[in-house]
Design a binder for this molecule. Structure first.
Ligand SMILES: [Fe+2]
Ligand SMILES: [Fe+2]
Length: 210
């Protein structure tokens, strides 16, 4: 209870959130890779809000803060190209890149700490099961919101269409398709809130491969 009250003190006002949103989306919109662009971070933000509703935990977070965290989580890709190095060290790179970005906005030091901690720990849930179960609610919700977007139909469709243009891409699609089926069959084990595996896609057509 003390922890929840303490976390709720760390908030972002509407103006600051709007400034972060405008800046982040303008930078992310320049990225060509649809796995890490403005559309992806907006879907992750919407996933996070849906998670709050499904779990009935809206009162435990500051929504502006959570939304800002979601929009900032892949800022790494505004500086680094996707690749093995970026994939492995995404957390460390993200931390280094987000710190100076946050100085552009009026944010308390405590709130900055929450943002940096969440965005620098979001990676490697799928397929490595490196989960944030011992971390705070922002880190947990962000990571699950990002993991669930891996199974978003639009993202899968775009990825596969792009790959289908080459033989190597078609091979990638075969492997990727199997990974997605495997992920969906074991979805709960890749989430901080395993209950979402049952409820998240229940009312939508987002789950397009099974
Ligand atoms: Fe990421
Ligand atoms: Fe992401």
């Amino acid at each position: 209870m003390t922890v929840i009250i303490k976390m709720m003190n760390e908030t972002l006002n509407e103006n600051t959130y709007r400034e972060i949103e405008a800046y982040t989306l303008s930078q992310m919109a320049k990225l060509e890779n649809s796995n890490h662009n403005d559309e992806h971070v907006v879907r992750v933000k919407n996933n996070a809000l849906k998670i709050l509703t499904l779990l009935g935990i809206e009162g435990q977070v500051d929504k502006n803060l959570l939304k800002a965290i979601c929009l900032l989580h892949d800022f790494t890709y505004t500086v680094k190209k996707p690749g093995m190095y970026t994939y492995i060290f995404e957390g460390q790179i993200e931390k280094r890149i987000v710190q100076p970005v946050l100085t552009k906005f009026e944010i308390s030091d405590e709130t900055k700490k929450i943002i940096i901690s969440a965005v620098s720990q979001h990676a490697h849930s799928f397929p490595f099961r490196k989960l944030n179960k011992r971390h705070n609610i922002y880190a947990k919700v962000l990571q699950d919101a990002d993991t669930l977007d891996f199974f978003d139909c639009l993202r899968i469709k775009n990825y596969m269409e792009r790959n289908n243009r080459s033989i190597i891409g078609k091979i990638k699609n075969k492997i990727g398709g199997r990974m997605i089926v495997y992920g969906l069959q074991n979805l709960g084990s890749f989430l901080n809130y395993p209950v979402l595996a049952k409820s998240f896609f229940a009312d939508s057509s987002m789950k397009c491969i099974s």
